[in-house]
Ligand binder design. Structure first.
Ligand code: HEC
Ligand code: HEC
Ligand code: HEC
Length: 393
């Protein structure tokens, strides 16, 4: 009896040592948002639409046949940092390894300690549904040679510890640039980091210090509040960003959110990607009428909204982005703010697809983009029609 007890006590001590790693690894998976793509139980997840067709995030549980149960720690490190799975399989960068490549080996090792504890789930996923010729994996070898320079994060000694931690999180595990940095036709980063990019039907706004389009008007506290709760006095996260908040940033430690804010607030302003509309008086007039009838009740006549429930449209960076795709989607499809533990009930933006035609949507958006001090390009009925057709609403 006593011997068994001792053996158990001994086992408890040795697993307690690795439990710290497992806990640290679980937190790395929050930073990296693995569940956001691979699904809640990590057994395979969302369909990722790319310009080249569809990829489905695979099963990464410990199942030996359908998951990654046969991986070694080194296999895992290579997949995460070099984009090469066992057998030399080149991964597509829809798996954000170009960002994960910046993670430290210690963080990857902790992540693996956590993954070893993931319950195996048998689930076959048809990952590669890309169009020919993009479905040919060996093409990725060329892409990797041309565009992929794996490089660990190198701290900048001239900056504070918080800045460096924030830069590490944003450009490494949390891969903010995967959405907020524009990509070339080949999916490689182009343009200034985090200065805004088009996704499939959404526009991920400029996060630099630009006053019009970026976060120039936000304080570090505003950034933390947005990432923690999905909303602040300037904006409310919807679409892909609502998912990022829900699975990842809402669960980040306060000090890490603060660090990300320090880093973002130090990004020099992009040259601005907006530009005012001109020659659109008729659109503005019609838009003003549509706004009074349909929008002012919630967003108020002066566009100031109401601090937290209804976002202000005046001075709203999303409203002033060069790309209006996200705005068109929000007005057509409506949007439900994410509910987070810190702010449990999200208010909703109704859908107007049934009520406003393409021209009306274009006019009201042109109006809110060029009123109350906002300045951004006009939106055309054609643009609205394309987005409506693509998303079937
Ligand atoms: C933006 C979506 C996305 C996120 C976030 C993401 N993955 Fe992936 N992952 C994918 C896709 C898509 C693939 C399939 C790529 C392929 O087969 O070419 C993949 C493949 C993998 C593979 C290779 C599996 C195999 O085929 O052997 C591993 C391992 C993996 N992911 C681990 C992770 C971990 C760990 C995280 C969190 C730190 C993570 N992924 C976050 C989309 C994502
Ligand atoms: C999967 C794509 C994706 C990822 C990854 C992502 N974002 Fe976003 N983000 C978006 C989109 C799309 C929007 C616009 C939607 C909205 O505002 O409702 C957005 C909006 C934002 C906004 C609000 C900007 C404004 O002017 O309203 C901030 C701040 C932000 N993201 C920060 C981040 C940070 C920091 C990270 C990394 C931790 C990150 N995002 C990762 C897609 C993404
Ligand atoms: C019933 C109240 C209500 C009405 C009416 C309404 N909205 Fe909204 N709107 C909201 C709420 C709540 C949100 C934030 C919800 C979210 O993003 O999830 C929002 C979000 C938005 C956003 C995104 C702002 C951001 O920073 O994310 C835009 C743009 C917008 N509304 C424009 C309009 C326009 C244009 C109209 C009229 C055609 C309109 N709204 C009518 C409640 C309303």
């Amino acid at each position: 009896m006593k011997r068994i007890f001792l053996a158990i006590a001994f086992a408890a001590v040795s697993t307690a040592a690795s439990a710290a790693d497992v806990g640290a690894g679980r937190y790395q998976s929050v930073l990296g948002d693995c569940e956001g793509c691979h699904g809640k139980n990590l057994a395979g997840g969302v369909e990722l639409m790319t310009p080249f067709g569809k990829l489905v995030a695979p099963n990464i549980t410990q199942d030996k046949d359908t998951g990654i149960g046969n991986y070694t720690a080194e296999d895992f490190r290579r997949a995460m940092k070099e984009g090469i799975a066992p057998g030399g399989k080149r991964l597509y960068p829809a798996m954000p390894y170009p960002a994960y490549a910046r993670m430290s080996d210690a963080d990857i090792a902790a992540l693996w300690a956590y993954f070893r504890t993931i319950k195996p789930v048998r689930h076959v996923v048809d990952v590669n549904q890309l169009r020919f010729p993009f479905n040919l994996r060996f093409m990725m070898r060329g892409w990797n040679m041309l565009f992929f320079r794996p490089a660990p994060y190198v701290p900048d000694a001239s900056k504070s510890a918080a800045w460096n931690r924030g830069a590490y999180i944003a450009t490494g595990p949390a891969h903010c640039g995967t959405c907020h940095t524009s990509k070339s036709f080949f999916g490689a980063d182009t343009g200034l980091a985090l200065s805004g990019a088009l996704l499939q039907g959404w526009f991920a706004p400029d996060l630099t210090g630009d006053r019009d389009a970026g976060l120039g008007g936000w304080s570090a506290r505003d950034v933390v509040e947005y990432l923690k709760t999905g909303r602040n006095g300037h904006s409310i996260a919807s679409g892909p960003m609502a998912e990022v908040v829900e699975h990842s940033t809402a669960n980040m430690k306060g000090a890490d959110l603060q660090a990300v804010a320090v880093y973002l607030k130090d990004l020099p302003p992009s040259a601005g990607n907006g530009g005012g509309a001109s020659g659109v008086e008729a659109q503005m007039k019609s838009g003003a009428g549509i706004y009074r009838m349909n929008c002012a009740a919630c967003h108020s006549f002066n566009g100031r909204g109401d601090s937290v429930l209804f976002p202000p449209l005046a001075g709203n960076a999303l409203v002033r982005q060069a790309g209006a795709q996200t705005l068109v989607r929000v007005v057509l499809a409506g949007s439900k703010a994410v509910a987070t533990p810190a702010a449990p009930t999200g208010p909703g933006m109704p859908s107007f697809a049934w009520k406003l035609n393409d021209e009306q949507v274009a006019n009201v958006l042109t109006y809110i983009r060029n009123n109350w001090g906002n300045r951004a390009p006009a939106v055309s009925a054609d643009e609205v029609a394309k987005i409506r057709a693509r998303h079937g609403s």
